[in-house]
Write a protein that binds this ligand. Structure first.
Ligand code: UDX
Length: 438
């Protein structure tokens, strides 16, 4: 089967590469010529473990190609995935400009039956919009061509995206009213997973679109729930990690996504929770729990700034803060909505000097957080620092040489925003230790 994936961002590139690994012939399309030229040379624009090998192997095997020519890719494909960006709009909603323009492009190009699939996370009802845009273009051409629209949301985690695609917990396929043909084609495309007994949820397009928001909002809610409890733990001398363990051992709750920290970031949770709250409000419903999740997350970031301020006894002006970890989570160079950025800005506003280190996100953070000193490693960041803050739990921060750190720092203070250290052990090394919720 031939498919086209339009948009070679995170989702598009991983989707295209992984389908080609299944043996499907994939053309990835993007209007960014520089990016496409880079991809043709084997340069992967994102940091995703394992992706470069899959791309190289399938380009060599002539199952994967890259182009800026959407016409040819659309013509050849039976299934066209829309995987373009859906940024937040100024009013808190979702900007569907790119989805709409790609849909129109498809409407201008198709000559035969196609299944058009939204892969980007889009508000409920977007598939209807996709259909309307394509139909308008077909009408303008005076053409009568049958096409199907489907929704197949992605549940990929950055840093683990290949595994998530190849061994998903489930695949969701939403089709329009009893569209058996589109469903059969989508199932054929995912056949390798079908044979692996991956659960498939076959439903209508609106349900499929909403299911992505439901899953992400629920995971974000788990995080905000435990973060809110961490506040209570701090005031009563409780231990949030023990509480998370007690909760998590109940199989109805599950232990994942109950790690207290500086709040969730990244390209999905902040945007998807905002977007869900926004489109629900437009439909006349208040998603009270989702709204609270967003609020708690914002508060949690500010609490992290307060922790650093109080570790410095309230005197931040002229102090040096070592920030370890800038990406929103480990194993990615992505700094979108990263808690580190807001924490840095808050400390800079109080007059702190920031010395930062991250194993992957230095280049991006240099631009996003002007005025910070980018250091070549952890120990350079700690040199002359009044306090160490661990903002992202990269593995290399888990086993620091604390004796060396103490010698390099002006004052041995650690604010461990990911609870990766044992408080007693750190205190035994002469540090003033501050964790989250314990
Ligand atoms: C998420 C979803 O997991 C994925 O299914 C969806 O398709 C896209 O959004 P991702 O943004 O890559 O993936 O990261 P994830 O690993 O889910 O973490 C999101 C954020 O939550 C990170 O900032 C992380 O640090 C934070 N988090 C996660 C916590 O603070 N505590 C936790 O217990 C888990």
């Amino acid at each position: 089967m031939n498919i086209a994936v339009i948009g070679t961002g995170y989702v598009g590139l991983v989707t295209g590469a992984c389908f080609s690994e299944f043996g499907v012939h994939v053309t990835c399309v993007d209007q960014d010529e520089v990016k496409i030229e880079g991809l043709e040379r084997g340069e992967i624009p994102i940091y995703e473990p394992g992706l470069d090998e899959i791309v190289a192997r399938n380009v060599r095997g002539e199952r994967l190609s890259f182009t800026i020519d959407s016409a040819e890719a659309i013509d050849r494909a039976l299934v066209i995935f829309i995987a373009v960006g859906t940024p937040a709009s100024a009013d808190g909603g979702t900007d569907l400009r790119f989805v709409e323009s790609v849909s129109r492009e498809i409407g201008r190009q198709i000559e035969s039956y196609k299944v058009i699939v939204t892969k980007s996370t889009v508000p409920v009802g977007t598939s209807d919009r996709v259909r309307a845009c394509i139909q308008e273009e077909l009408d303008a051409r005076g053409m009568e061509i049958r096409f199907s629209v489907a929704s197949n949301p992605e549940f990929l985690r950055e840093g683990a995206a290949i595994g998530d695609f190849m061994r998903p917990d489930r695949v969701v396929i939403g089709t329009e009213n009893n569209d058996d043909q589109a469903l059969a084609i989508m199932k054929d495309l995912y056949r390798p997973l079908y044979l692996n007994e991956t659960p498939f949820v076959e439903t209508n397009v609106h349900t499929a679109e909403l299911s992505k928001y439901a899953a992400n909002a629920f995971l974000a809610t788990k995080i905000s729930f435990i973060n809110e409890l961490s506040v209570l733990c701090e005031s009563v001398g409780g231990d949030v990690q023990a509480i998370a363990r007690v909760m998590g051992l109940d199989r109805r709750i599950g232990k994942k996504f109950l790690h207290a920290g500086p709040g969730f970031g990244g390209s999905c949770f902040p945007k998807d929770t905002q977007s869900a709250a926004h489109f629900a409000r437009e439909l006349g419903h208040e998603l009270t729990i989702v709204e609270a999740t967003i609020q708690v997350n914002a508060r949690q970031r500010l609490r992290m700034i307060d922790k650093v301020v109080s570790a410095l006894d309230g005197e931040v002006e002229g102090k040096t803060v070592a920030v370890l970890g800038l990406s929103f989570k480990p194993e990615t160079d992505d700094i979108r909505e990263a808690p580190a950025l807001e924490i840095i800005r808050g400390l800079q506003a109080r007059g702190a000097k920031i010395q930062a280190y991250d194993p992957a996100a230095m280049a991006a953070a240099g631009e996003a957080a002007p005025g910070i000193v980018l250091c070549k490693d952890v120990y350079e960041a700690l040199t002359g620092a009044d306090v160490m803050t661990i903002v992202t739990e990269w593995n290399e921060f888990r086993m620091l040489d604390l004796a060396r750190a103490r010698e390099l720092m002006l004052e041995p203070r650690m604010v461990d925003m990911r609870n990766i250290y044992d408080a007693e052990r750190v205190a035994a090394e002469g540090f003033h230790y501050v964790g989250v919720g314990r």
